[in-house]
Design a protein around this ligand. Structure first.
Ligand code: HEC
Ligand code: HEC
Ligand code: HEC
Ligand code: HEC
Length: 135
């Protein structure tokens, strides 16, 4: 074994031990970490049913990579860029309501009627004032 190949083996072992070869999933950082840069979103979710510990990251994904990169947009899930199907899948991680099924087909995304940050009616987070029936 040459000096060079020994070095390669050693650094491979060191890297494996340090876990550098295994892709790491981003970790959760908690909503307080998001507030520093996104005060508008913090304010608009405050007092809604989504203002819990999971808040930001429950909807946008784990924030560790985003924080470390100082706000790289490709590291977070964007509802604006997502397809209707992708939005449904995301919201559907927590909402599987049969009564929503008719509202969950084709090109109509949950975000056509609901908005987490730009609602005009706080109850049900609706984008328009709506006369709602009790559910
Ligand atoms: C160090 C500042 C900083 C922190 C902390 C931060 N962000 Fe961001 N974030 C940014 C910047 C800068 C952008 C790009 C400009 C913009 O859209 O406001 C961004 C964009 C985003 C976007 C839009 C992504 C897109 O595709 O357009 C989302 C969603 C987001 N952040 C969520 C979060 C969440 C959730 C947290 C907490 C886990 C968080 N951010 C923490 C700076 C930050
Ligand atoms: C219930 C799910 C949900 C929660 C909770 C939530 N968001 Fe959002 N976020 C959305 C949706 C949907 C949009 C798209 C715009 C809209 O509908 O208001 C969005 C838009 C954004 C954007 C604008 C960038 C873009 O293009 O999507 C940022 C930044 C953001 N959210 C950050 C946050 C932060 C920070 C928190 C926590 C304080 C948070 N969000 C909590 C669903 C959520
Ligand atoms: C066409 C508009 C529209 C679409 C699309 C839509 N909703 Fe709704 N949603 C409403 C209205 C209006 C209400 C208020 C209650 C009512 O009148 O039925 C509501 C109520 C809700 C509620 C609270 C009541 C309940 O049944 O638990 C949740 C949660 C909800 N929607 C989630 C979703 C999700 C998730 C999606 C996407 C899969 C979605 N909605 C798509 C209009 C819509
Ligand atoms: C991490 C879990 C989680 C995700 C993701 C999530 N929600 Fe929720 N949502 C909840 C919880 C918990 C409640 C309160 C209990 C309930 O109504 O089911 C709630 C309540 C709601 C309500 C009722 C608000 C009211 O005034 O009663 C609406 C509407 C809603 N969510 C829409 C959405 C939409 C649209 C998305 C995707 C953009 C989404 N949620 C994503 C957990 C989540």
């Amino acid at each position: 074994m040459t000096k060079g190949s020994l070095l390669v083996v050693c650094s491979f072992l060191a890297a494996s031990l340090l876990g550098q070869n295994t892709p790491q999933l981003p970790k959760s950082v908690g909503k307080d970490a998001c507030t520093r840069c996104h005060q508008y979103e913090r304010r608009t979710t405050a007092g809604t049913p989504h203002d819990d510990a999971k808040s930001c990251e429950g909807c946008h994904g784990e924030g560790e990579k985003h924080l470390k990169s100082g706000g790289d947009t490709s590291t977070m899930f964007s509802y604006r860029r997502a397809t209707a199907e992708e939005v449904r899948a995301r919201c559907g991680q927590c909402h599987q309501n049969p009564s929503m099924e008719k509202h969950s087909q084709g090109d109509v995304a949950c975000t056509a009627c609901h908005s987490s940050h730009h609602y005009v009616q706080k109850k049900y987070l609706l984008k328009t004032e709506t006369e709602t029936k009790p559910v």
